[in-house]
Design a protein around this ligand. Structure first.
Ligand SMILES: [Ca+2]
Length: 139
């Protein structure tokens, strides 16, 4: 599902990377901890410049997003360049809590070997505890 895919454009067919942030069920679901929400994900290249991220795919509840004040907090908000907006997996009485591994994946505009750092900005510092067991990886 997350195999490399060919970049199109002036550089020709270079392999691109998908970056996947996930919070699996195996990280634990007790104490309402099984949620995935971030404000921004930034990836820096070897020179410190931001690498553009594009939404690729997400698990169903992360892709839909929780509806807050008429806006769905879908995973695209993690790469909209605005730290004031955030994602939040869907939840509530119509959503079966703890029934999916939460994940979101983005394609990088640069090929493999150029990533130096990945920054993840949480929605609120008090919710860092929900990141326990989460992982980010090339996919
Ligand atoms: Ca954002």
């Amino acid at each position: 599902m997350f195999a490399e895919h060919a970049a199109k454009g002036s550089r020709g067919a270079l392999p691109r990377m998908l970056l996947k942030l996930e919070r699996p069920l195996s990280a634990g679901t007790g104490n309402d901890m099984h949620h995935l929400h971030v404000s921004e994900i930034e990836v820096l290249d070897v020179s410190g410049a931001k690498i553009e991220l594009r939404p690729h795919d997400a698990s169903p509840f992360v892709k839909k997003g929780y509806r807050s004040e008429g806006v769905f907090l879908s995973y695209e908000k993690a790469v909209d360049g605005d730290s004031a907006t955030a994602t939040h997996n869907d939840f509530g009485p119509d959503v079966q809590y703890g029934s999916e591994d939460h994940w979101m994946a983005f394609s990088l505009a640069e090929p493999h070997g150029t990533v130096r750092e990945v920054h993840i900005v949480a929605k609120q510092p008090a919710w860092f505890c929900r990141a326990v067991g989460a992982r980010i990886s090339p996919a």
